[in-house]
Write a protein that binds this ligand. Structure first.
Ligand code: ARG
Ligand code: ZN
Length: 880
């Protein structure tokens, strides 16, 4: 059991390790409840250690959690009990020599390990998850990323486990005298313990190979259970694309002779970049056209890329401590986003990423757990694998890219990899490499790493007709966040263009430049554009050049103009979002004040022309036709009135569907052809638009239109179309139509774990009354497992995070339900419990009784008894 009073760890307390581990030799004898781990560590005093000099050596501190210590010896001699102490989460060992060999024997219980950290069993297969601090659940070790060691791993297992994997190259495989299998792996690259991995199981493999730019041949293998062997092609294709892309864009080659990927069903996150042996959540690697949607195909491509890119940004160059997590995650998310943008539609990828940032990350920045991209304290590091560290961290790297340009950024990344290869470094080192390679000063820019919160830019303008000068005034501010009341101004790259009356971009200088990146660095600043004949219309923050909120008093007409004309596709979409936001705000106000609701006719006209514009990418049309989500609307409110948001948004969707029925139907019919499925951008775009139309058509609940969904459901040859149709039926058709569809779907796919997860999710996100009750029933379904995070996320997470309407039901039962599940889960899997509780931590932003009910639900979690460190941190910080 962990400490009673969780301790807070501070960045300012960082000290270099007292001891280094030059080599780590591990030996596993696998048994479900009784795995024996022997470790042999070559240890040496760290010459760079900061501990006080003196005759006596400091004690060796090892981390260890849930371990049974069997024996401890130094240089072949058993260490007597008087020379070491068992700590609540580790060992303190008295040291006599600056160099020695430590040997530890301990026992662990993978079968009962439901936390899914350390070594555990998933469907009869052994696997590990060590990041961030899971290795300490395997054996006693200095479990910190700045201790890098060369690992050799021997695995001994009964014959039922023919596949035994670890990092690096296999150097030995034989039978033991008692008939078990013994395999040894050696990883030539020094690495921190968090990158260690072990897999054992009865697995099948798909093999391929890749020839690197310098002509080395790399063997590629994907391992899964036999039933999934046909679902690996897309991941393999994605892997090869990623390997090529990293060579072309960053000049980075793969460095081992073999690269392995394993799919496991029980996994807390998406995937893990263990050196040479990536372990993936099955949902993030397995796909076939019949069973996976387009969204899944795209997610797999990006996650396979992400984990592969970590081989350089994360493994070759790793983090000094966990406060630096964004060093590898922000950079790698930026890398995977650019990879996806290059493989698919750049504008659509940007829209998706920004939507996520604006809803979920902005909400995090405005909530009780707000923290900088580089946090300065934590109780439990697992709680800091956040949208801020990942997604906002990626935006920070993107801003550096914007400031330096593609070539300058590449010079910076080359220098970074060259300087720090094989080292554990900091965010500061990354920024310094970017500066040094380009001769620029990013001193002020560094505040993006240390200050939390979402900056707000208030932009106003004026036109001096006499001189032809257009003046933009930008004022920046940033709201207070927990522990940070005053913020200093940020260095913000603000990309702008100016549109003339004809809708074209104006030249901003004699060279004909049509877009400028303004360097906003003061609290208030003005920027002049000269030589203009008339007052232009500004297109601000093009491509979302910084993770900020921009306020500018656009009129409806101006937004319509931008929607039609902006040369920046992202801003075209964004203009539409602003327009919709204004209309939805008006509806909320009308609702609260008891007026009849009426949708702005201009919005309808704007959507109509988008729908009928043959020049636009259909995927962009689909995005432009989609109203801001309820979560996005909620994030943008000062105080959330959930009921008003729901009423306004549902009304608007209904009104749009009614007004545009004919056009939507034409578009749907035009795109409803059956061609063979390909997960390619152009085809994905068409399906996306077709299914957006179908969803609107079903909002009308007209029988003939619902029949379209039913027909699509029955005839679909791919999961994208099938799931979209089923979603429409579940949300809008009467029970006698929706229920049989749900049943036949389950009947057909019950053997397929990924599809069953999707089926769960379709039901838990249903906007219909009574969803909470069906969610409770789903938890009794034989396919539901509280110990499987994917199932929990599909059923409970779907309801709490992706079902704004039913989760916020007025009686507060949705919140009570979530609180109950969080408490139950905390006993099994603290990481998942601490994540799942998020929706009710935002209680302060809600108005009226709903806010009080949410608060009470959160309090009930706190009062339920002893919480894990993970959950305690989130709940206690949110109750303040
Ligand atoms: N490094 C992994 C990735 O982003 C995620 C590991 C998450 N681990 C955790 N304990 N939260 O690719
Ligand atoms: Zn990552």
């Amino acid at each position: 059991m962990k400490d009673a009073q969780p301790r807070t760890v501070y960045l300012k307390d960082y000290r270099a390790p007292d001891y280094l581990v030059d080599s780590t030799r591990l030996h596993f004898e696998l048994q479900p409840q009784d795995t024996l781990v022997k470790s042999r560590l070559q240890i040496r005093r760290n010459p760079a250690a900061e501990s006080a000099p003196g005759e006596t050596l400091p004690p060796l501190l090892l981390d260890g959690v849930d371990l049974e210590l069997l024996s401890l010896s130094i240089d072949g001699e058993l260490v007597p009990a008087s020379r070491y102490r068992e700590l609540p989460e580790g060992l303190s060992i008295h040291v006599q020599n600056p160099e020695f060999v430590l040997e530890i024997h301990n026992r662990i219980n993978p079968r009962d390990n439901t936390s899914l950290e350390g070594l555990y069993l998933s469907n009869g297969m052994y696997c590990t998850q060590c990041e961030a601090e899971g290795f300490r659940k395997i054996t006693y070790y200095p479990d910190r990323p700045d201790v890098m060691s060369r690992f050799t791993t021997t695995i001994v297992a009964p014959r039922q486990y023919p596949v035994l994997l670890s990092n690096g190259n296999q150097i030995e495989r034989r039978a033991t005298e008692d008939g078990r299998l013994l395999v040894t792996w050696e990883d030539p690259f020094a690495k921190p313990a968090y990158l260690f991995a072990l897999v054992a199981g009865e697995l099948q493999t798909v093999e391929d190979s890749f020839t690197t730019a310098s002509g080395r041949e790399v063997k590629l293998q994907i391992f899964t259970e036999a039933k999934n062997i046909r679902k690996c092609d897309h991941a393999m294709r994605s892997l090869k694309k990623a390997m090529r892309w990293d060579e072309e864009v960053y000049g980075r080659e793969y460095d081992l002779d073999i690269f392995m990927v394993v799919a496991v069903d029980h996994f807390n996150m998406g995937a893990m970049e263990n050196k040479g042996l990536n372990i993936f959540n099955s949902a993030c690697v397995l796909a076939s056209p019949e069973t996976a949607t387009d969204a899944t195909f795209q997610r797999i491509e990006s996650i396979v890329g992400h984990e592969y890119f970590h081989n350089w940004s994360g493994n070759r160059v790793t983090c000094r401590d966990w406060f630096q997590l964004s060093l590898k995650e922000g950079f790698t998310v930026f890398r995977d986003a650019e990879f996806s943008a290059d493989m698919n539609s750049r504008a659509v990828k940007r829209i998706e990423d920004v939507s996520l940032l604006r809803t979920a990350q902005f909400a995090e920045d405005g909530g009780p757990m707000a923290h900088p991209v580089r946090p300065d304290s934590y109780m439990e590091i697992s709680n800091f694998y956040t949208l801020t560290v990942y997604e906002k961290g990626a935006e920070v790297v993107r801003m550096i890219h914007t400031l330096l340009g593609t070539e300058g950024f590449r010079k910076g990344s080359d220098l970074y990899f060259q300087r720090h290869d094989g080292c554990a470094v900091t965010c500061e080192d990354f920024v310094a490499a970017m500066e040094d390679a380009n001769g620029v000063d990013l001193t002020q820019f560094r505040r993006w790493y240390s200050q939390a919160g979402t900056p707000v830019l208030e932009v106003s303008d004026a036109f001096d007709a006499a001189h032809g000068t257009y003046i933009l005034t930008v004022r920046q501010s940033c709201p207070a966040t927990p522990g940070q009341n005053k913020k200093l101004p940020f260095h913000i790259p603000l990309a702008v263009g100016l549109l003339g009356a004809d809708g074209r971009d104006l030249s901003l200088d004699p060279q004909g430049t049509t877009q400028k990146v303004l360097q906003v660095s003061e609290t208030e600043q003005t920027f002049n554009f000269t030589g203009l004949k008339e007052k232009p219309l500004p297109s601000l923050l093009r491509g979302f050049s910084a993770p900020v909120k921009v306020r500018y008093g656009y009129s409806t007409e101006q937004l319509l103009f931008l929607m039609r004309n902006d040369s920046d596709e992202f801003n075209r979409w964004d203009a539409g979002q602003r327009l919709a936001f204004m209309a939805l705000e008006q509806l909320q106000k009308d609702y609260r004040e008891g007026r009849d609701l009426q949708l702005q006719p201009q919005l309808v006209d704007a959507y109509r022309s988008v729908l009928q514009n043959p020049e636009l990418d259909p995927a962009l049309v689909a995005e432009m036709l989609t109203l801001p989500s309820a979560q996005t609307l909620a994030e943008q409110c000062e105080r959330i009135d959930a009921e008003a948001i729901i009423v306004a948004r549902e009304f608007a969707r209904g009104a749009l569907a009614e007004a545009l029925k004919g056009e939507l139907l034409d578009c749907y019919r035009r795109l409803d052809c059956d061609k063979p499925y390909r997960p390619e951008a152009a085809d994905i775009a068409e399906r996306s638009l077709k299914n957006t139309c179908l969803a609107y058509l079903c909002v009308t609940e007209e029988p003939e239109l619902l029949t379209l969904a039913q027909a699509q459901f029955e005839n679909a040859a791919n999961m994208t179309d099938s799931a979209a149709a089923l979603a429409s039926l579940v949300n809008h058709a009467a029970d006698d139509m929706a229920q049989p569809a749900l049943e036949s779907f389950y009947e057909r796919w019950q053997q397929d774990t990924q599809v069953v997860e999707l089926w769960f999710g379709l039901q838990s996100t249903s906007a219909r009354r009574g969803t909470l009750e069906s969610v409770r029933e789903l938890m009794q379904h034989p396919a539901f497992e509280l110990t499987n995070p994917n199932k929990v996320r599909a059923v409970i997470g779907g309801f709490a995070n992706r079902n704004f309407i039913q989760f916020h039901r007025a009686d507060g039962r949705g919140f009570e339900f979530l609180a109950e599940q969080v408490v139950a889960l905390d006993k099994l899997n603290p990481q998942i419990a601490a994540r799942l509780v998020t929706p009710i931590t935002r209680w302060k932003k809600y108005t009226g009784e709903l806010g009080e009910k949410m608060h009470r639900a959160l309090q009930s979690v706190m009062e339920s008894g002893r919480l894990s460190r993970d959950l305690y941190e989130v709940v206690s910080k949110s109750l303040v």
